[in-house]
Each structure stands twice: as C-alpha cells, then as structure tokens.
Design a protein around this ligand. Structure first.
Ligand code: FE2
Length: 273
C-alpha cells in the first residue's frame, strides 16, 4: 500500500498567483503530472487541506480542473483556507466521500491493510483548528468498530504544539482531547497532518504525529517569532508505504526539479569494493 500525500496546495483562481508571486496552480499541475509518472504508483493520493487559498468558488473550479488529472483514487480533507460548502459544491461529485454536510466531514477508507480515517479539523472563518464534539464521538465509535486494525488518522491541523511558534498558536486547539481519546485505541499508529508547511515528526505516547511539507511555499521552523513567515524552499510531499515486511513507513519526497538519479559508480566510490 502506498499513499502520496500532497498538502497545502493553495490553488488560486485562473491566472492569479498566491501573494502575487507564487504560481500555485502551475506548481500543482506539475505535481499531479509527477505523481502520475512515479515509478512505484501510489494506490491513493491524499490532499490534506488548504486545497484553495481563499475558499472561493473560482478557486475550486480551478482545483477541479487540475485535480481531475490525478490518475489515482483521491481523498480530501479541508484546511483553514478552505470553505466547506464551496468545496462540496465544486468537488463533491468528484469526491463523494466529502458527503453533503459541510459541518460533518469525516469518513473512513477500509480497502487497505492500514485503515484510514479522515477528520475535518477546520473551524469556519478561523485559522486555528478544532475538533467538534460530533467528530470526536464519531471517531470513538469508529475506532471501537475495528479495535485490532492498524489505523492512520488524517486531519489538517496538528493536534499538539511542536515548538514551531507561529504554527503552535494556530494548531488544532483541542488536540489534547484527541490524544487522550486515542490513548484508548493502540491500533492508531499515526496522525498525519498538513498545515505546518514543513515535514515535522513528533512522537507522543508511542504514537507518531507527522505533518507534510507544502506543495507550494514552506514555513520556517521558527521557535521565537510568533508572526510567521514563508519561504520558497522547494515543495515536497510525504509518502506513506505499508508492507508486511516493513510495517508503515513514512518518508519525504522532493517535488523540486533536480538532476538524477544516477547509478552509484563503484569504480570511483569509496571504499572500493
Ligand atoms: Fe496552508
């Protein structure tokens, strides 16, 4: 099982750039082509929120045009830059798992050796996240149904502070309730997020929480500046791969243009074999 996780696409309306200089639409189209051509094709693609930048209908039209090119089943959760009603209006037909209720987006994917649970941590009109009581009780019931099935939870906002100060102030503010809840369910082996625009790995009670880099701009891991800033460090994505031999392994894959791969040349490598 292989999952390609693209996050924080921040798609704009046709012809517009993010912050007037980042061409997120072109970047996203390029990433889609890259994923479609991977030598080990993913089973699914996950888009972990901030599909658009302003949640506007025109941005979702552009998102539909770009994302329909993905050759693999694709699963979406909203982020703080999304607008759930507009997202469901524009993308609901292509991604029926979103359902019809913008206040209760939560679903499972049961077709793989790792059970996947998708939660909405967005809070309409707010930058920070929150898990509603409905979502938390749905999660508890859902986890109780398959207590021995290894499970990964996807949500946009990370549930705990990591020391990246600006992001800590806009995390999922009641994420401690999620961590408390999953303590009862040791089958949960990963919480996989977006939002931080940076690959961050954090272990709590034996559970790994990871966040994905952005498909567009990145956020420096800054421990002193609460204002936040972004950089044009190259985009990247997370891959999550499960086999019986390895278990569930997550790794970063660059989405930058670069030379290679080149075969190792044993005639000039050290030590000589
Ligand atoms: Fe974002």
């Amino acid at each position: 099982m292989l999952i390609a996780q693209l996050s924080d696409l921040h798609i704009r309306v046709s012809g517009q750039k993010l912050y007037d200089h980042i061409d997120t639409n072109t970047l996203c189209a390029r990433h889609v082509a890259y994923i479609n051509a991977l030598s080990e094709p993913p089973d699914i693609v996950v888009l972990s929120g901030d599909i658009t930048n302003c949640g506007e209908p025109g941005e979702y039209s552009m998102a539909r045009r770009i994302l329909k090119q993905i050759d693999f089943p694709t699963f979406i959760i909203p982020g703080n830059h999304d607008n759930n009603p507009n997202m469901i209006d524009a993308l609901g037909k292509c991604y029926p798992h979103l359902g019809n209720d913008p206040d209760n987006i939560a679903y499972t994917v049961e077709d793989f050796p790792i059970r996947l649970i998708f939660l909405d941590s967005s809070c309409h009109g707010k930058v920070h996240g929150n898990l509603s009581s409905n979502t938390l009780s749905w999660l508890k019931k859902t986890l109780r149904k398959e207590p021995t099935q290894q499970t990964a939870i996807f949500m946009h906002h990370p549930p705990l502070p990591t020391g990246c100060l600006h992001m800590d102030t806009i995390r999922c503010m009641n994420g401690d309730r999620l961590i408390e809840l999953v303590k009862e369910f040791p089958q949960v082996i990963r919480i996989i997020c977006g939002h931080t625009h940076r690959a961050i790995f954090h272990q709590v009670n034996g559970l790994i929480i990871c966040t994905a880099p952005s498909a567009a701009h990145q956020v420096p891991f800054n421990t002193t500046d609460t204002r936040g800033s972004y950089s044009l460090e190259p985009p990247a994505m997370l891959m999550h791969r499960y086999t019986v031999e390895t278990g569930f392994v997550s790794y970063v894959m660059s989405l930058a243009s670069y030379d290679g791969p080149f075969r190792f040349d044993t005639t000039c490598g050290c030590p000589q074999e």
